[in-house]
Design a protein around this ligand. Structure first.
Ligand code: C2E
Ligand code: MG
Ligand code: MG
Length: 478
């Protein structure tokens, strides 16, 4: 029988009860309706509150929203500070949740770092509550003496607009996953299209799982050239996926998907193995250039990833100092125990570490100095604006000077025009990479390109055999 008390009021009063619970000594018996860690309603209890809220709304012709909240990258907190500290942070977050969503909100814990709320009112109230929750999570939280700011992804489903009672929570969760798919740190209300996007995503994940087995991956290579001599110094391995129906799928599309669904481990291992095998084959042909691979943050957090690199290098007889690991600035600056350990392992193995996409993250000079990096790559965004923007020139010049003072080698990526090249050479950039010199190409094409199909190779840059690649000419007098 429905309770005579408004269910929202009932739930709110039970929340007040929860606050009193939190003040009780630790020895107090556990309330089975509540989650042990956070004191919020358990999943089952939240479902009951949702039933009541729907009945009540039907009776009174009112509306309410369900918010599905997932903290972004919460795993990093557990990695960096341990599970106990993670639990304490969750409890802190849970304490603030109902208050930031409004006095009549009801909150439950659905899974590890996933919460759901019932917020009285229509969509504007739901959006306002979501914004307020995001703001509250974004305030500094102190964990093990570190200050952390959290972001979250929130999906909103309104009752009855976005579905009947049984579908409400799953629609809010779908909206949350769509927000995650788009990079997180935002909120969105449910739409039917979201289901299609996620189904497409599910198809992609399904195909990606089989791609290794079906040998659909290939490494392309793009040369880096010395800014002054134009000799090839290195080749960066860039992963390509030949999908039987979709054609060539860009790594910018499938790498984030592989990361999100835990598929990057085996794919990353394949890349390391294939790059080492290719480096060895080139060395046999007399092409003694450095080979670079891109490592994702997820690989860096695998315990045995440096060992795998070490073993692959040994197996193929590649000196570690001739092998580059490119790690994006945003991953390199993650101040987590796992990332620091990964860098320590890479230092021990003795590989050449490069900080990729530099300028897009939030580096501090102090943390840059601590990294065992030898190279820094200026992000393409700054390079593309060089010829037209004084700001981009000022930033690029500052990066080159700072990197040199830290004894880091500077590579500019995405060099497409001679004007950009001239500015970069004048700034003292050490190496250049981009379509002006060569697009990424197959290993065989690169060998031909580098060797100009000639017999003896002396590493000197020669005109390409391919139409889309142009030999670069240095300005007169250089
Ligand atoms: P990245 O490592 O910064 O690689 C540079 C990207 O810029 C490549 O895109 C390259 O093809 C493109 N590029 C190079 N020169 C030019 C130019 O002059 N103009 C323009 N417009 N673009 C240029 P790609 O191959 O699509 O790779 C995109 C990103 O995917 C890479 O960025 C890297 O972060 C990631 N990625 C590629 N392969 C792997 C891999 O094996 N493992 C991991 N974890 N990530 C990878
Ligand atoms: Mg790279
Ligand atoms: Mg890059």
């Amino acid at each position: 029988m429905p309770s005579p008390l408004s269910p929202l009021l009932r739930a709110a009063s039970s929340l007040l009860g929860r606050r009193r619970d939190a003040e009780r000594p630790a020895t107090a018996p556990h309330d089975a309706r509540r989650d042990r860690v956070t004191g919020l309603l358990s999943r089952a209890e939240f479902d009951l509150s949702l039933d009541d809220a729907a009945l009540d709304a039907d009776r009174k012709g009112q509306r309410f929203c369900v918010l599905y909240v997932d903290i972004d990258n919460f795993r990093l907190v557990n990695d960096a500070c341990g599970h106990e500290a993670g639990d304490r942070l969750l409890a802190e977050v849970a304490r603030d949740l109902p208050a930031s969503a409004g006095p009549r909100a009801v909150a439950g814990r659905i899974a590890a770092d996933e919460f759901a709320l019932i917020v009285p009112g229509d969509l504007p109230a739901g959006h306002a509550a979501a914004a307020s929750i995001a703001a509250s999570l974004g305030r500094p939280h102190s964990v093990e003496g570190r200050e952390m700011r959290l972001t979250c992804s929130i999906g909103i489903a309104a009752y009855p607009t976005h579905g009947s009672r049984p579908r409400l929570l799953s629609h809010a969760s779908l909206a949350m996953r769509s927000v995650k798919l788009a990079g997180g740190a935002a909120h969105a209300e449910y739409s039917v299209q979201m289901g299609t996007d996620l189904r497409e995503q599910a198809d992609l994940v399904h195909d990606l799982r089989a791609a290794l087995e079906r040998q659909q991956f290939e490494l392309y290579f793009q040369p880096k050239v010395d800014a002054r001599s134009l000799q090839i110094t290195a080749a960066e391995a860039l992963l390509r996926w030949h999908h039987p129906q979709r054609g060539m799928v860009s790594p910018a599309v499938f790498i984030p998907v592989a990361e999100r669904y835990g598929l990057i481990g085996p794919i990353g291992n394949w890349v390391i193995e294939a790059a080492c095998r290719q480096a060895a084959a080139w060395r046999q042909q007399g092409l003694r250039m450095r080979v670079a691979v891109n490592l994702s943050g997820y690989q860096m957090r695998q315990d045995d990833f440096a060992e795998r690199i070490e073993q692959a290098l040994r197996r193929h007889g590649i000196p570690p100092a001739r092998f580059t690991c490119e790690i994006t600035e945003s991953v390199a600056m993650e101040d987590t125990r796992a990332t620091q350990q990964a860098f320590e392992h890479l230092r021990r193995v003795g590989v050449h570490v490069s900080i990729d996409d530099f300028g897009t993250g939030h580096s501090s000079l102090a943390s840059l100095r601590r990294l065992p990096a030898a190279e820094l790559k200026i992000d393409r965004a700054f390079v593309s604006d060089l010829a037209t923007s004084a700001d981009a020139r000022a930033i690029a010049r500052a990066i080159v000077q700072m990197a040199h003072s830290l004894e880091l080698h500077v590579v500019a990526e995405g060099v497409e025009t001679e004007a950009q090249r001239d500015v970069l050479v004048e700034m003292g950039c050490d190496e250049l990479q981009g379509y002006l010199f060569a697009k990424p190409m197959t290993a065989q094409a690169l060998a031909l390109w580098a060797d100009d199909d000639g017999p003896a190779h002396d590493g000197v840059f020669r005109p390409s055999l391919f139409e889309e690649t142009k030999p670069a000419e240095l300005p007169a007098g250089r």
